[in-house]
Design a protein around this ligand. Structure first.
Ligand code: HEM
Length: 395
């Protein structure tokens, strides 16, 4: 999309550096993180309320928790990016399109492996489907940018400086001010927003989904995590963001979920430098494209004891952290290409999981939980997670 003019698919260079700088310094600045936190709290409260309602109205049914978590993340990302409220028709279309873009990004077609067989993808209608989704997303974002620019002019004319900005507002402001000595086109703005849609919601929702699945299969671990969360939150009906820093075990649960089920199993491909290198007995010629398999590294018996087992305790007092400096744990990648949405991703996963553990007890369906991974670019669950929520009373 947009000629790979985004962050995730762009080659190294000035363009990529500038966009990444904008992403980190402007969109996820400490000030923006504050308004993102409020949006997150609002959407997670909505999820908790919906689950309570489901539990009361459909007493015999198991809810599709995977879908409900993804819906919550999509709402958070759409609100942060476009700022539209739930009454706005664009909000629903944006959420639906974001869902389609995510699914289609993860599809590997025959033509991706064998470019001369691209015509088969055309015959199957896949290319037309991708183009239709891209066209609809592009048109929607054009409309969003036009409306935001109009509103911005009215706000400037009225001398109001203190209005709540979303990501599109910030990008338009940078475009008009020429900040960072960089000319941001409308296509650049759209490409950055699509990156956030694609990378921001499914990765986090998969982390929470796998964590819930693992916990429900490990009752002792579940009990330990729930006792910690409930001990910290007490009789309050929901978890506050500030509670999370006291939940050491919950943090280990999220980390272990990311180890065992890294949402992005393959990192961005890298090219080795201009010299040949020798690594672990292998000769790697200069300028070789290298594909790093985080999934395999996270399950390597030389790095991890009982690598296939879900053991959050292994992270207690461990020096291995998220920043990719320890090559055995690279869920967010490493180096200059490492994930710029890491803090947002971890905070969101921890906050969502804490609320699910605090507000409900959970029941597994009679057929159990299928832990098979889907065969795709993202290691999602092949079968969505269905559970029955049993709400707790905090009166
Ligand atoms: C649990 C959540 C997440 C995980 C596990 C994750 C994982 C990753 C990984 C493995 C990469 C490739 C890094 C590399 O090759 O070294 C990446 C890149 C990226 N991620 Fe994330 N991510 C998460 C959340 C997010 C969020 C919330 C956003 C945005 C809101 C985001 C935006 C990006 C972008 C833009 C890139 C491309 C960076 C570049 O190429 O310079 N990610 N992510």
């Amino acid at each position: 999309m947009y000629g790979c003019n985004d962050i995730g698919f762009a080659n190294y260079g000035k363009d990529w550096r500038q966009k990444r700088k904008i992403f980190v310094l402007e969109l996820f600045s400490p000030k923006m993180m504050q308004s993102i936190r409020l949006i997150r709290e609002e959407e997670v409260t909505k999820l908790v309320n919906n689950l309570c309602e489901e539990a009361q109205t459909n007493t015999s049914d198991y809810v599709n928790l995977s879908d409900m978590i993804l819906e919550t993340l999509n709402s958070i990302i759409c609100k942060c990016s476009l700022g539209c409220n739930t009454q706005d028709y664009r909000y629903e279309s944006a959420k639906e399109l974001a869902r389609k873009v995510i699914i289609q990004h993860a599809v590997v077609t025959l033509g991706d492996h064998f470019p001369w067989l691209r015509w088969v993808d055309v015959l199957r209608g896949q290319i037309q489907e991708f183009k239709a989704t891209f066209g609809a997303m592009d048109a929607l974002l054009d409309e969003v940018i036009t409306k935001h620019k109009k509103l911005r002019r009215e706000i400037i004319d009225d001398n109001q400086s203190n209005y709540e900005k979303d990501f599109v507002d910030i990008l338009i402001q940078l475009q008009e001010d020429g900040s960072h000595h960089y000319e941001l086109s409308n296509d650049d703005i759209k490409a950055i927003i699509v990156d956030i849609f694609v990378a921001g919601s499914i990765t986090v929702s998969m982390t929470v989904e796998w964590a819930m699945a693992e916990l429900l299969r490990n009752p002792i671990t579940l009990k330990k995590a729930q006792e910690e969360v409930r001990g910290v939150v007490g009789h309050k009906p929901k978890v506050e963001e500030s509670d999370i820093k006291k939940m050491e075990y919950l943090k280990c649960v999220v980390k272990e979920s990311l180890r065992l089920h890294a949402p992005a199993p393959f990192l961005a491909t890298r090219m080795t430098g201009t010299n040949d290198v020798k690594l672990e007995g292998f000769d790697i010629p200069a300028k070789t494209l290298v594909c790093v398999n985080a999934w395999a590294i996270h399950k390597d018996g030389e790095c991890w004891e009982n690598p296939e087992e879900f053991i959050p305790e292994r992270h207690e007092n461990s020096k291995v952290n998220y920043n990719g400096q320890d090559s055995q744990f690279i869920a967010f990648g490493f180096g200059r290409r490492g994930c710029p949405g890491m803090s947002f991703g971890i905070d969101s996963a921890e906050y969502l999981l804490a609320n699910l553990l605090h507000c409900f007890n959970w029941k597994i369906p009679p057929q159990g939980i299928d832990m098979t991974e889907a065969d795709a670019l993202l290691s999602s669950k092949r079968v969505t997670l269905h559970l029955k929520p049993i709400p707790l009373s905090f009166k």
